[in-house]
Design a protein. Structure first.
Length: 101
């Protein structure tokens, strides 16, 4: 089982006052959205793999118990990271909405 890293976000490169991201010329919000989408896709893959291994264990198929537990813990960590990112994005949105124009 290959463990895929969670993509990192360089917070210093995202300036909400700028119209575009300097490196790629795309909107900074699109960059954040794409990164969060990648994290969610990684979470989904992790969940599917964990469910598959758990189902194999429950049906009595040949599967290593250690691998099932590692997969379940990896999925739990991925879920917690995704929820932390979501919470930070919601906090940032609320902060922007409180700004006076």
């Amino acid at each position: 089982m290959a463990i895929t890293p969670i993509p990192s976000i360089n917070i210093n490169s995202i300036n909400p006052l700028e119209q575009t991201n300097r490196k790629s010329g795309t909107n900074a919000l699109d960059s954040v959205g794409k990164t969060f989408g990648d994290v969610l896709n990684s979470l989904n893959e992790s969940q599917l793999e964990s469910d598959d291994l758990t189902q194999k264990l429950a049906t009595g198929q040949e599967v290593d118990l250690h691998q099932v537990m590692i997969s379940a813990e990896e999925n739990d960590v991925n879920f917690k990271v995704a929820m932390a990112i979501r919470d930070k994005l919601v906090d940032a949105y609320r902060e922007v909405m409180r700004m006076s124009v």
